[in-house]
Design a protein around this ligand. Structure first.
Ligand SMILES: [Zn+2]
Length: 226
């Protein structure tokens, strides 16, 4: 009996690290519309302090305005995704126009930075957009948690909305375009780190879930591949 008990105890000890490894909760925080000369630096400082990585879907015209801030985002280990050059909706654009928007944005990426994901402005895309994205090897990253941070200046409400819905594998949509969004994002990071979540880029999230993004395909979140 004692031997069986010891054997069971050993098995339990062996299983603990395996369970911990597979139950790791990952989440991707994403920020659209930047970089913002007014807010992005504060966000980057906060993310650095918390060792959290995020994904920034940058507008080409804003990258053009602040090349050093774009460079800093990349250098600090965050992922840069495309959000069009002009931020005009893409769903009614013809394919050559979408391609032009995307190519112009790609040309503004820091050296060594390769965009894997596109998020269409306003989250609206057409078959044409997906085809243009596919032609450039881009997948489309959407979101599964949207606190509509752009519609409020109440950081607590933004935080609450995210915390009420977030799950392992989620992509959270935010904007680094206001003080309340940045404040809320850092509060969310603090809270979820305490709950055992880890903040990774969208590409890292896909890789951890065993998924290779297919160009032209839309991904609202990444859950474990079966
Ligand atoms: Zn946008």
């Amino acid at each position: 009996m004692k031997r069986i008990f010891i054997l069971l105890l050993c098995l339990c000890v062996m299983l603990i690290p395996v369970r911990a490894a597979t139950s790791e909760k990952l989440v991707a925080l994403t920020f659209d519309d930047g970089p913002s000369g007014r807010y992005t630096r504060k966000l980057l400082e906060g993310l650095e302090e918390r060792n959290a990585k995020a994904t920034f879907f940058l507008c080409g015209y804003r990258m053009e305005q602040d090349r050093s801030l774009t460079q800093r985002i990349f250098q600090e280990g965050h992922e840069i995704g495309l959000h069009g050059y002009s931020h005009k909706p893409m769903q009614n654009m013809c394919q050559p126009d979408v391609l032009q928007e995307l190519k112009k944005s790609v040309s503004l990426l820091p050296e060594g930075c390769e965009a894997v994901f596109l998020r269409c402005p306003g989250g609206t895309c057409s078959r044409c957009t997906c085809q243009a994205a596919a032609a450039l090897g881009l997948s489309l990253a959407y979101w599964s948690v949207d606190p509509r941070d752009w519609a409020t200046d109440n950081a607590d409400a933004i935080e609450k909305e995210v915390l009420n819905h977030v799950q392992d594998g989620d992509i959270i949509l935010m904007h680094d375009m206001s003080g309340s969004s940045v404040e809320a994002a850092l509060m969310i990071v603090d809270e979820l780190l305490e709950e055992g979540f880890r903040f990774v880029t969208v590409s890292q999230l896909a890789a951890h879930k065993g998924i290779t993004p297919v160009p032209g395909t839309i991904y609202p979140r990444f859950s474990q591949k079966n």
